[in-house]
Design a binder for this molecule. Sequence first.
Ligand SMILES: [Zn+2]
Length: 254
Amino acid sequence: MYFDTHSHVFDEAMLDDLEASGVSEIIIVGYDPLTSKKACDLAEKNHRRCMRILPAVGIHPLYVGDDPEGDISTLRSLIRDYPVTAVGEFGLDYYDEKVRGATSDRDRQRRYFKAQMELCGECTLPALIHSRKAAQETYDTLAAYPEVKGVMHSFIYSAEMARRFCDLGWYIGIGTMVCSPEAKKLPAVVRDVPADMLLAETDREVNETRGGVRLLSVAEVAKRIAEVRGEKEDIMLPILRDNALRLFGQIRPV
Ligand SMILES: [Zn+2]
């Protein structure tokens, strides 16, 4: 029984496979108004499955537009009309802005970030935060909204930073990168963060392979977390699922 706390699986056949592989809950994360609606429709259509499909609605920092008010009101309507589990993903992404030539877009990202934090507060929903090359600014923004809690999804910053986010009451989302030998800082994060603040996720969009590389499952991520912490799987795996159930505990019936 695995809870995948972050994925972008919009394909029914793939959901069949995930259900058969032992995923018991999965959050389907929107990244713009259109995919947010898609996540909601998917959850509604599939509510008879054994695997619970939980939609999240949000606007990713690389998909921000020019109309925060309009876009937020679209998200607000989805939250009103569907059993939305979380707001996300949203946040700050300054990673490849040189390539994108988009420095001026930092202000738009900031506006959407704050507007979605406010939406979380207004609707009492947890937040799924995407953050790249913006650790301190992300931290400061989250700290400014103490009433909002959630997860730092696909965490890639230092163990020290992870502790600071945890102290603020935020969960740390661990992705498939933890299974890679190239993940230098991530094992220290997994070891340092209290067990009850860790979540497992895949961030998966497509089936099985991407560019010839086999994609890892949430089960593999969870087992790797247990291994890195030197913990027995039968102890660590239920803790990871319980953490997700606690954070997303306001899961509303469809
Ligand atoms: Zn994502």
